[in-house]
Design a protein around this ligand. Structure first.
Ligand code: ATP
Ligand code: MG
Length: 443
């Protein structure tokens, strides 16, 4: 190549385009983990009779403004919202699942015949500062029980979480629980809080001064270390709960206790979303640094009516799948990487390719995962380089069809793992030989 043609080649090379910051690709090396997690989530949801519901990733912005609350981190600063260029509609990439699910339940009249147990999973979008365990596209699994008023369902959804952590082999997960009471109780507490913080405005940071006017309860959620002592001394909501709220809270705790689920009451647990009442809870761990909450939720009785539906009680929780996978890694409970296939088929092109492709199809029809070697140059490749590929695919056996074998209506089967043994088999007996070999290998 001349210098000039080299230069031209460099110029012609297109600039690469990167993915969006904080939004990650799921690479093949990690696919097995996600598949395993999806599988366990689905099994646990089914074990409790929860049904799957999927909503679109885009919703009218109003769904979240109304469903999450205007004065929340999510709605104030984390939503990806835009105007539809064609009709001017205000749209938002969903930042969480509950508001959209409730929108769908109302729109499709799903509570018509009584309460519903539902679950969902999928990507969520929040414009946050990306760091370990905090991304701009992340994935949640969530469950929602709609139309049930009693403490039994609060306990049930918490038991589901505990079962999940056990199934996934998570270590060091603690349950924290609190009660937010009802609106009138919170109003009394709020008045007491405002009085308390107004006496101490100098110690409030800028965010909290603003919240004092809009949503003083959220000051308790502040992570600012300089305000922790002040927050510690603030009036506690639990002291403002009436008899009914206390009864509900105590009943949830008693049910958890009788199922051996330890929990710690955290009076400062208020949750980021606006719509909660009575029971709220989070599962936390010390193993993941600052992003230590793996899941959280609670009761949100006012939401369905607030979204325009017929009033019905509800509760649920959501978990961050990336954080759970990270904790599985720390706990040493990630599944082993899987082999790409059971059988790898080698050939030398031409008629041997034709025969190999027919055999590969026959194996797949019998439920055997099979990779057929395809030469990168579209022509041919040595058996040696094919064998390397077969080895790294994780296949248990290779089936080899060369011109010599084909001339005799035969193939070779080679054990790629234990013995390395290689033997001839009749071409029309490959499926049987492979099945026997796989059964033998798994014994
Ligand atoms: P945090 O306090 O960590 O911001 P949150 O209260 O905003 O969490 P929720 O809205 O309750 O979180 O979402 C439920 C779960 O989703 C969280 O417990 C967490 O595991 C996960 N999650 C929330 N935001 C993110 C994110 N940006 N990246 C990855 N996971 C997230
Ligand atoms: Mg958040």
């Amino acid at each position: 190549m001349t210098d000039q043609s080299k230069d031209l080649k460099v110029q012609a090379k297109a600039q690469k385009i990167n993915g969006v910051r904080g939004m990650n690709d799921l690479l093949p090396a990690d696919a097995a983990q996600w598949e395993h997690l999806d599988h366990v989530l689905r099994d646990v949801a089914r074990a409790y009779g929860y049904e799957f519901l999927r909503t679109p990733i885009l919703e009218a912005t109003a769904v979240f403004q109304r469903g999450i609350g205007e004065v929340t981190d999510i709605v104030e600063k984390e939503m990806y919202s835009f105007e539809d260029r064609l009709n001017g509609e205000q749209l938002t990439l969903r930042p969480e699942g509950t508001a959209a699910l409730v929108r769908s339940v109302i729109e499709n009249n799903l509570l018509y015949e009584g309460p519903k147990r539902l679950w969902y999973t999928g990507p969520m979008f929040r414009h946050e500062r990306p760091q370990r365990g905090r991304y701009r596209q992340f994935h949640q699994f969530g469950i929602e029980a709609l139309g049930f008023a009693g403490p039994d369902i609060d306990a049930e959804i918490i038991l589901m979480g505990q079962r999940l952590w056990d199934e996934l082999g998570l270590k060091g997960v603690r349950l924290e629980i609190n009660s937010l009471g009802q609106a009138n109780e919170r109003a009394e507490h709020r008045a007491a809080l405002v009085t308390y913080f107004e006496k101490n405005t100098a110690q409030l940071d800028e965010d909290s001064q603003r919240r004092l006017m809009t949503n003083p309860l959220r000051i308790l959620d502040s992570k600012n270390p300089e305000m922790q002592a002040l927050i510690e001394g603030a009036p506690k909501l639990l002291d403002f709960l009436g008899a009914e709220s206390l009864k509900h809270f105590n009943a949830v705790q008693a049910l958890l206790k009788s199922n051996n689920i330890p929990c710690k009451i955290n009076p400062r647990l208020v949750r980021g979303l606006d719509y909660y009442n009575l029971t709220v809870f989070e599962w936390v761990t010390d193993e993941l640094g600052a992003q230590g909450t793996i899941a959280g939720g609670g009761r949100y009785d006012p939401l369905i009516e607030r979204m325009g539906g017929k009033a019905a009680p509800a509760c649920g929780w959501a978990m961050g799948m990336e954080r759970v996978l990270e904790l599985m890694k720390v706990s040493g409970s990630l599944p082993e990487p899987q082999a790409q296939c059971d059988i790898f088929v080698l050939h030398q092109g031409g008629e041997t390719l034709t025969a190999a492709m027919i055999i590969a199809e026959r194996l797949r029809s019998a439920g055997i995962d099979t990779i057929l070697f395809c030469p990168p140059d579209g022509e041919s490749a040595s058996f040696k380089s094919q064998m390397k590929k077969a080895d790294s695919s994780g296949a248990a056996f290779a089936v080899i069809i060369g011109p010599d074998e084909l001339a005799k209506d035969e193939a070779q089967i080679k054990d790629l793992r234990a013995s390395g043994e290689q033997k001839s088999i009749p071409l029309d007996g490959v499926l049987e030989a492979v099945m026997n070999a796989l059964v033998g290998a798994s014994e």
